[in-house]
Write a protein that binds this ligand. Structure first.
Ligand SMILES: Cc1cc2nc3c(=O)[nH]c(=O)nc-3n(C[C@H](O)[C@H](O)[C@H](O)COP(=O)(O)OP(=O)(O)OC[C@H]3O[C@@H](n4cnc5c(N)ncnc54)[C@H](O)[C@@H]3O)c2cc1C
Length: 289
Protein backbone atom coordinates (compact mmCIF):
# COMPACT_ATOMS: atom_id res chain seq x y z
CA UNK A 1 0.00 0.00 0.00
CA UNK A 2 1.24 3.49 -0.82
CA UNK A 3 1.84 5.79 2.15
CA UNK A 4 1.37 9.54 2.42
CA UNK A 5 2.94 11.52 5.26
CA UNK A 6 3.01 15.21 6.05
CA UNK A 7 5.40 15.72 8.97
CA UNK A 8 5.47 19.02 10.85
CA UNK A 9 9.12 18.96 11.98
CA UNK A 10 12.34 18.28 10.10
CA UNK A 11 13.33 15.64 12.68
CA UNK A 12 10.08 13.78 12.04
CA UNK A 13 10.65 13.99 8.27
CA UNK A 14 14.22 12.69 8.57
CA UNK A 15 13.09 9.83 10.83
CA UNK A 16 10.49 8.79 8.24
CA UNK A 17 13.09 8.97 5.47
CA UNK A 18 15.27 6.58 7.49
CA UNK A 19 12.45 4.04 7.69
CA UNK A 20 11.78 3.42 4.00
CA UNK A 21 11.60 4.68 0.43
CA UNK A 22 9.81 8.00 -0.10
CA UNK A 23 9.39 10.49 -2.90
CA UNK A 24 9.46 14.09 -1.68
CA UNK A 25 6.73 16.52 -2.57
CA UNK A 26 7.38 20.26 -2.28
CA UNK A 27 5.42 22.64 -4.54
CA UNK A 28 4.55 19.75 -6.87
CA UNK A 29 5.09 21.81 -10.04
CA UNK A 30 7.61 19.27 -11.37
CA UNK A 31 6.34 16.30 -9.35
CA UNK A 32 2.81 16.18 -10.79
CA UNK A 33 3.63 16.94 -14.47
CA UNK A 34 6.29 14.18 -14.33
CA UNK A 35 3.62 11.67 -13.29
CA UNK A 36 1.63 12.29 -16.45
CA UNK A 37 -1.31 9.87 -16.58
CA UNK A 38 0.43 7.24 -14.49
CA UNK A 39 -0.87 6.49 -10.99
CA UNK A 40 1.32 7.22 -7.98
CA UNK A 41 3.44 4.15 -7.14
CA UNK A 42 5.76 5.63 -4.50
CA UNK A 43 5.25 6.67 -0.89
CA UNK A 44 4.87 10.44 -0.76
CA UNK A 45 6.58 12.56 1.87
CA UNK A 46 4.92 15.96 1.69
CA UNK A 47 7.25 18.62 3.14
CA UNK A 48 4.68 21.41 3.07
CA UNK A 49 4.13 21.09 6.84
CA UNK A 50 7.80 21.96 7.57
CA UNK A 51 7.37 25.65 8.35
CA UNK A 52 10.92 25.87 9.72
CA UNK A 53 12.27 25.34 6.17
CA UNK A 54 10.44 28.31 4.66
CA UNK A 55 12.84 31.09 5.49
CA UNK A 56 15.86 33.06 4.33
CA UNK A 57 18.23 33.59 7.24
CA UNK A 58 21.90 34.26 7.86
CA UNK A 59 24.80 33.14 10.01
CA UNK A 60 28.16 34.88 10.33
CA UNK A 61 29.42 33.09 7.21
CA UNK A 62 26.35 32.18 5.11
CA UNK A 63 23.01 33.28 3.74
CA UNK A 64 20.65 30.31 4.06
CA UNK A 65 17.62 29.63 1.87
CA UNK A 66 15.34 27.00 3.43
CA UNK A 67 14.11 24.13 1.27
CA UNK A 68 10.50 25.33 1.21
CA UNK A 69 11.36 28.87 0.06
CA UNK A 70 9.40 29.65 -3.09
CA UNK A 71 10.40 31.78 -6.05
CA UNK A 72 7.95 34.47 -4.88
CA UNK A 73 9.57 34.44 -1.42
CA UNK A 74 12.93 35.18 -3.09
CA UNK A 75 11.47 38.05 -5.12
CA UNK A 76 9.83 39.58 -2.02
CA UNK A 77 12.93 39.32 0.17
CA UNK A 78 15.47 42.11 0.54
CA UNK A 79 18.78 40.52 -0.41
CA UNK A 80 22.29 41.74 -1.37
CA UNK A 81 22.68 42.87 -5.02
CA UNK A 82 24.59 39.67 -5.79
CA UNK A 83 21.20 37.91 -5.51
CA UNK A 84 19.66 40.07 -8.27
CA UNK A 85 20.35 37.32 -10.81
CA UNK A 86 18.42 34.82 -8.66
CA UNK A 87 15.54 37.31 -8.31
CA UNK A 88 15.51 37.92 -12.06
CA UNK A 89 15.49 34.14 -12.64
CA UNK A 90 12.65 33.80 -10.10
CA UNK A 91 10.50 36.26 -12.07
CA UNK A 92 11.06 34.17 -15.22
CA UNK A 93 10.05 30.79 -13.75
CA UNK A 94 6.74 29.80 -15.31
CA UNK A 95 3.96 32.13 -14.21
CA UNK A 96 3.09 33.92 -10.97
CA UNK A 97 1.13 30.83 -9.87
CA UNK A 98 4.18 28.61 -10.43
CA UNK A 99 6.42 31.12 -8.61
CA UNK A 100 4.03 31.15 -5.64
CA UNK A 101 4.10 27.36 -5.35
CA UNK A 102 7.41 26.11 -6.76
CA UNK A 103 10.49 26.06 -4.56
CA UNK A 104 14.07 26.94 -5.46
CA UNK A 105 15.24 23.64 -3.95
CA UNK A 106 12.66 21.69 -5.97
CA UNK A 107 14.18 23.26 -9.09
CA UNK A 108 17.63 21.95 -8.11
CA UNK A 109 16.41 18.48 -7.09
CA UNK A 110 14.51 18.06 -10.35
CA UNK A 111 17.89 18.61 -12.08
CA UNK A 112 16.58 19.66 -15.47
CA UNK A 113 19.27 21.05 -17.79
CA UNK A 114 16.86 23.98 -18.32
CA UNK A 115 16.37 24.73 -14.59
CA UNK A 116 16.51 28.52 -14.40
CA UNK A 117 17.71 28.62 -10.80
CA UNK A 118 20.97 26.78 -11.37
CA UNK A 119 23.15 29.41 -13.15
CA UNK A 120 22.01 32.15 -10.74
CA UNK A 121 22.99 29.98 -7.75
CA UNK A 122 26.24 28.78 -9.35
CA UNK A 123 27.56 32.35 -9.57
CA UNK A 124 26.99 32.61 -5.80
CA UNK A 125 29.05 29.45 -5.18
CA UNK A 126 25.92 28.00 -3.57
CA UNK A 127 26.14 24.81 -1.54
CA UNK A 128 23.34 22.31 -1.03
CA UNK A 129 22.59 21.15 2.52
CA UNK A 130 21.70 17.47 2.38
CA UNK A 131 20.32 15.92 5.58
CA UNK A 132 19.43 12.46 6.81
CA UNK A 133 18.48 11.27 10.30
CA UNK A 134 22.15 10.80 11.21
CA UNK A 135 24.16 13.19 9.03
CA UNK A 136 24.33 16.58 7.34
CA UNK A 137 26.59 17.23 4.36
CA UNK A 138 27.16 20.35 2.29
CA UNK A 139 27.83 19.86 -1.40
CA UNK A 140 28.84 22.58 -3.86
CA UNK A 141 26.04 22.90 -6.40
CA UNK A 142 28.46 21.70 -9.08
CA UNK A 143 28.77 18.39 -7.18
CA UNK A 144 25.08 18.10 -6.29
CA UNK A 145 23.63 18.06 -9.81
CA UNK A 146 25.32 15.14 -11.58
CA UNK A 147 23.46 15.15 -14.89
CA UNK A 148 20.06 15.32 -16.57
CA UNK A 149 17.60 14.48 -13.71
CA UNK A 150 20.46 13.07 -11.61
CA UNK A 151 21.58 14.40 -8.24
CA UNK A 152 23.94 13.25 -5.50
CA UNK A 153 20.99 12.62 -3.14
CA UNK A 154 21.16 9.20 -1.48
CA UNK A 155 18.22 7.17 -0.17
CA UNK A 156 17.01 8.53 3.21
CA UNK A 157 18.32 12.02 2.40
CA UNK A 158 16.55 15.26 1.62
CA UNK A 159 17.73 18.77 0.88
CA UNK A 160 17.07 21.02 3.85
CA UNK A 161 18.61 24.26 2.55
CA UNK A 162 20.82 26.07 0.10
CA UNK A 163 23.60 28.06 1.68
CA UNK A 164 25.53 30.85 0.03
CA UNK A 165 28.94 31.80 1.45
CA UNK A 166 28.93 35.52 2.28
CA UNK A 167 32.37 35.85 0.68
CA UNK A 168 30.63 35.05 -2.62
CA UNK A 169 27.99 37.75 -2.28
CA UNK A 170 30.19 40.70 -3.31
CA UNK A 171 29.37 42.70 -6.41
CA UNK A 172 26.35 42.99 -8.65
CA UNK A 173 24.64 40.37 -10.76
CA UNK A 174 22.27 39.80 -13.63
CA UNK A 175 20.37 36.96 -15.36
CA UNK A 176 19.15 36.58 -18.91
CA UNK A 177 16.83 33.89 -20.28
CA UNK A 178 16.29 33.20 -23.96
CA UNK A 179 13.05 31.41 -24.83
CA UNK A 180 10.88 31.03 -27.91
CA UNK A 181 8.54 33.64 -26.41
CA UNK A 182 8.73 36.11 -23.56
CA UNK A 183 6.53 34.42 -20.93
CA UNK A 184 5.87 30.92 -19.54
CA UNK A 185 8.58 29.26 -21.56
CA UNK A 186 11.34 26.68 -21.22
CA UNK A 187 14.80 28.20 -21.69
CA UNK A 188 16.71 27.69 -24.93
CA UNK A 189 19.70 29.13 -23.12
CA UNK A 190 20.19 31.27 -20.02
CA UNK A 191 23.13 32.96 -18.35
CA UNK A 192 23.97 34.63 -15.06
CA UNK A 193 26.89 36.90 -14.17
CA UNK A 194 28.23 38.34 -10.93
CA UNK A 195 30.93 40.98 -11.23
CA UNK A 196 32.96 42.75 -8.55
CA UNK A 197 34.45 46.07 -9.65
CA UNK A 198 36.99 48.15 -7.74
CA UNK A 199 38.20 51.50 -9.11
CA UNK A 200 36.96 50.65 -12.61
CA UNK A 201 38.78 47.30 -12.69
CA UNK A 202 37.14 43.86 -12.50
CA UNK A 203 38.29 42.31 -9.24
CA UNK A 204 36.24 39.13 -9.54
CA UNK A 205 33.79 37.55 -11.98
CA UNK A 206 31.49 34.54 -11.90
CA UNK A 207 29.66 33.55 -15.10
CA UNK A 208 27.38 30.56 -15.64
CA UNK A 209 25.41 29.29 -18.63
CA UNK A 210 22.44 26.89 -18.46
CA UNK A 211 20.47 24.79 -20.97
CA UNK A 212 23.60 24.41 -23.13
CA UNK A 213 24.93 21.26 -21.44
CA UNK A 214 23.50 18.51 -19.22
CA UNK A 215 24.35 20.59 -16.17
CA UNK A 216 24.80 24.37 -16.17
CA UNK A 217 28.48 25.33 -16.45
CA UNK A 218 30.66 28.02 -14.91
CA UNK A 219 32.84 29.64 -17.59
CA UNK A 220 36.13 29.44 -15.69
CA UNK A 221 38.31 30.57 -18.62
CA UNK A 222 36.18 33.65 -19.21
CA UNK A 223 36.17 34.47 -15.50
CA UNK A 224 40.00 34.36 -15.47
CA UNK A 225 40.17 36.51 -18.61
CA UNK A 226 37.89 39.13 -17.02
CA UNK A 227 39.79 39.48 -13.73
CA UNK A 228 42.09 42.51 -13.77
CA UNK A 229 40.56 43.97 -16.94
CA UNK A 230 38.89 47.37 -17.10
CA UNK A 231 35.12 47.21 -16.63
CA UNK A 232 34.67 49.13 -19.89
CA UNK A 233 36.46 46.52 -21.99
CA UNK A 234 34.71 43.51 -20.40
CA UNK A 235 32.00 42.76 -23.00
CA UNK A 236 34.66 42.74 -25.79
CA UNK A 237 36.66 40.06 -23.99
CA UNK A 238 34.11 37.28 -24.61
CA UNK A 239 35.38 34.86 -27.30
CA UNK A 240 34.05 31.55 -28.65
CA UNK A 241 36.86 29.64 -26.90
CA UNK A 242 35.48 30.79 -23.52
CA UNK A 243 32.32 28.79 -24.23
CA UNK A 244 34.23 25.68 -25.28
CA UNK A 245 33.00 23.62 -22.33
CA UNK A 246 29.36 23.92 -23.40
CA UNK A 247 27.77 21.02 -25.30
CA UNK A 248 24.43 22.34 -26.51
CA UNK A 249 21.94 19.79 -27.80
CA UNK A 250 20.06 19.99 -31.09
CA UNK A 251 16.30 19.87 -30.44
CA UNK A 252 12.97 21.44 -31.36
CA UNK A 253 13.84 24.58 -29.41
CA UNK A 254 17.13 25.29 -31.18
CA UNK A 255 20.05 23.75 -33.05
CA UNK A 256 23.46 23.25 -31.50
CA UNK A 257 24.89 26.13 -33.59
CA UNK A 258 22.02 28.45 -32.64
CA UNK A 259 22.36 27.66 -28.93
CA UNK A 260 26.13 28.24 -29.04
CA UNK A 261 25.75 31.61 -30.79
CA UNK A 262 22.89 32.58 -28.48
CA UNK A 263 24.91 31.62 -25.41
CA UNK A 264 27.75 33.93 -26.47
CA UNK A 265 25.35 36.81 -27.02
CA UNK A 266 23.52 36.41 -23.70
CA UNK A 267 26.80 36.08 -21.81
CA UNK A 268 27.82 39.48 -23.21
CA UNK A 269 24.43 40.89 -22.20
CA UNK A 270 24.55 39.62 -18.60
CA UNK A 271 28.07 40.99 -18.17
CA UNK A 272 26.94 44.38 -19.47
CA UNK A 273 23.85 44.33 -17.25
CA UNK A 274 25.82 43.35 -14.14
CA UNK A 275 28.37 46.09 -14.86
CA UNK A 276 25.64 48.69 -15.25
CA UNK A 277 24.51 47.87 -11.73
CA UNK A 278 28.07 47.64 -10.38
CA UNK A 279 28.30 48.23 -6.65
CA UNK A 280 31.54 49.17 -4.94
CA UNK A 281 33.69 46.23 -3.82
CA UNK A 282 33.59 45.50 -0.10
CA UNK A 283 29.89 46.25 0.48
CA UNK A 284 28.80 43.91 3.29
CA UNK A 285 26.21 41.21 2.57
CA UNK A 286 23.20 41.30 4.87
CA UNK A 287 19.69 39.94 4.72
CA UNK A 288 16.85 42.18 5.87
CA UNK A 289 14.61 40.43 8.39
C1 LIG B 1 3.66 25.46 -16.13
C2 LIG B 1 5.07 25.27 -15.60
C3 LIG B 1 6.03 26.19 -15.95
C4 LIG B 1 7.33 26.05 -15.48
N1 LIG B 1 8.29 26.96 -15.85
C5 LIG B 1 9.55 26.82 -15.42
C6 LIG B 1 10.55 27.75 -15.83
O1 LIG B 1 10.29 28.71 -16.55
N2 LIG B 1 11.83 27.55 -15.37
C7 LIG B 1 12.16 26.50 -14.56
O2 LIG B 1 13.33 26.37 -14.19
N3 LIG B 1 11.23 25.61 -14.15
C8 LIG B 1 9.94 25.74 -14.56
N4 LIG B 1 8.99 24.83 -14.17
C9 LIG B 1 9.39 23.72 -13.30
C10 LIG B 1 9.11 23.93 -11.78
O3 LIG B 1 8.11 24.89 -11.55
C11 LIG B 1 10.36 24.37 -11.00
O4 LIG B 1 11.44 23.49 -11.26
C12 LIG B 1 10.11 24.44 -9.48
O5 LIG B 1 11.09 25.22 -8.88
C13 LIG B 1 10.01 23.07 -8.83
O6 LIG B 1 9.78 23.25 -7.43
P1 LIG B 1 8.64 22.44 -6.64
O7 LIG B 1 8.68 22.91 -5.25
O8 LIG B 1 7.33 22.55 -7.35
O9 LIG B 1 9.21 20.96 -6.75
P2 LIG B 1 8.42 19.55 -6.74
O10 LIG B 1 7.67 19.39 -8.01
O11 LIG B 1 7.66 19.39 -5.48
O12 LIG B 1 9.68 18.57 -6.69
C14 LIG B 1 10.58 18.48 -7.79
C15 LIG B 1 11.53 17.31 -7.56
O13 LIG B 1 12.41 17.59 -6.50
C16 LIG B 1 12.23 16.66 -5.41
N5 LIG B 1 12.32 17.47 -4.20
C17 LIG B 1 11.64 18.61 -3.92
N6 LIG B 1 12.04 19.13 -2.76
C18 LIG B 1 13.02 18.31 -2.29
C19 LIG B 1 13.84 18.33 -1.13
N7 LIG B 1 13.75 19.30 -0.20
N8 LIG B 1 14.78 17.35 -0.97
C20 LIG B 1 14.89 16.36 -1.90
N9 LIG B 1 14.12 16.28 -3.02
C21 LIG B 1 13.21 17.26 -3.21
C22 LIG B 1 10.87 16.01 -5.65
O14 LIG B 1 10.82 14.70 -5.12
C23 LIG B 1 10.81 16.02 -7.16
O15 LIG B 1 11.56 14.94 -7.69
C24 LIG B 1 7.66 24.95 -14.62
C25 LIG B 1 6.66 24.04 -14.25
C26 LIG B 1 5.38 24.19 -14.75
C27 LIG B 1 4.31 23.20 -14.34
Amino acid sequence: MIRYAKPTTVNEALALLGEGQWRLLAGGTDFYPALGNRPLRENVLDINGLDELRDVSETAAHIIVGARTTWSDIVARELPPAFDALKEAAREVGSIQIQNTGTVVGNLCNASPAADGVPALMILDAEVEVSSHDSVRHLPLRQFILGNRRTALRPAEMVTAIRVPKVSTAGSSSFFKLGARRYLVISIAMAAARIVVRDGVIEDAAISVGACSEVAQRLDALESALRGRSAQSAPDIVEDRHLGGLQPIDDVRGSTEYRRAAAREIVVRVIEAALEKAVPAGQPATVAA
